[in-house]
Design a protein around this ligand. Structure first.
Ligand SMILES: [Mn+2]
Length: 173
């Protein structure tokens, strides 16, 4: 599941992959989405700790959080579990998510700050999508509209044995 929450200067985006399927998984995803929508500061570590508390005693989830600032052209990332964030374009970059699972084992890495450039594309995906995607595998990734990028990545790189989420952010020219 993906969340995009517009802020005064940029947006907060999140990708959630709750363990398992069915109504209980959906309930946990809904709870986490509410927490993300209600969070009122720019503190990603604080938000992740809040999500962890909400998920305690549940089946758990993998979560990636990214805070984008339009004015500073930056991206701040914090993730736990099998979530993957990548940047394509002027430079390639891949974020590192902490080991563990939200709700049971939380080992939070440091927030990573990335300076973005015009036309960069950032993808945030769950473990239902292969992580080894090189820009050479998809040379048009920075030229295609973001919806086309998401569809193309899902068609070409999602695994047959899991569901997958993918969120695509395109920087302005
Ligand atoms: Mn998954």
């Amino acid at each position: 599941m993906t969340v995009v929450r517009p802020l005064d200067d940029g947006c907060l985006v999140a990708l959630l992959d709750v363990s398992g399927h069915g109504p209980k998984a959906h309930d946990l995803a809904s709870t986490l989405v509410q927490e993300i929508m209600n969070w009122s500061t720019n503190n990603l570590t604080g938000l992740m700790n809040r999500l962890h508390e909400s998920a305690c005693g549940t089946r758990g989830a993998a979560v990636g959080l990214a805070l984008l600032s339009g004015e500073r052209s930056t991206l701040l990332y914090l993730g736990v579990g099998n979530t993957c964030i990548r940047r394509f374009g002027s430079q390639s970059w891949r974020g590192v998510s902490g080991a563990g699972l939200l709700g049971s084992r939380l080992s939070l890495p440091r927030e990573e700050l990335v300076k973005l450039a015009p036309n960069d594309v950032v993808t945030l995906s769950s473990d239902g999508m292969h992580e080894q995607i090189r820009q050479a595998d998809y040379p048009l990734i920075t030229l295609d509209p973001p919806a086309t990028v998401a569809e193309t990545l899902m068609r070409r790189f999602s695994k047959s044995n899991d569901d997958a989420s993918c969120l695509v952010i395109k920087c302005k020219p």
